[in-house]
Design a protein around this ligand. Structure first.
Ligand code: THU
Length: 126
């Protein structure tokens, strides 16, 4: 699946984002090495620390379905490029190789790609 197709899937997730506090909607689409897509959106909570980001939602859905091999993820938002937070970078590191691709996008024609290693160099893993 190409990056623009994955972008279109992630954009649709903005509709389901639950972001009454920040009003910052985030969507994600995660592609497995077998070609399956898992989607996610941010889900906020009145107790702010209970918020889960879009990319972690996608990973939790995938991992809980038994998926373990991931190729790439795209993250989009209602407010321009959304960079994965530190918790999400660490979360992804747990399940991804250094060459896993993480994409952000201002719009469909400006998708930027980074590797897991670029996003979290010298990341911690047991
Ligand atoms: N957020 C994500 O879902 N992913 C990111 O990559 C950055 C931040 C969410 C968390 C919160 O609901 C909102 O964006 C504002 O921080």
């Amino acid at each position: 699946m190409d990056n623009k197709e994955l972008y279109d899937i992630a954009i649709k997730m903005l509709e389901f984002s639950y972001a009454p506090f920040s009003k910052f909607r985030v969507g994600a689409a995660l592609l497995t090495k077998e070609g399956k897509v898992y989607t996610g959106c941010n889900v906020e909570n009145s107790s702010y620390g209970g918020t889960i980001c879009a990319e972690r939602t996608a990973f939790v859905k995938a991992i809980s379905c038994g998926e373990r091999d991931f190729e790439k993820i795209i993250i989009v938002s209602s407010g321009g490029e959304a960079w994965p937070c530190g918790i999400c970078r660490q979360f992804m590191k747990e399940f991804c190789e250094d060459d896993f691709v993480i994409m952000t996008a201002k719009d469909r024609d400006s998708i930027r790609s980074y590797t897991m290693d670029e996003m979290l160099p010298e990341g911690f893993k047991l």
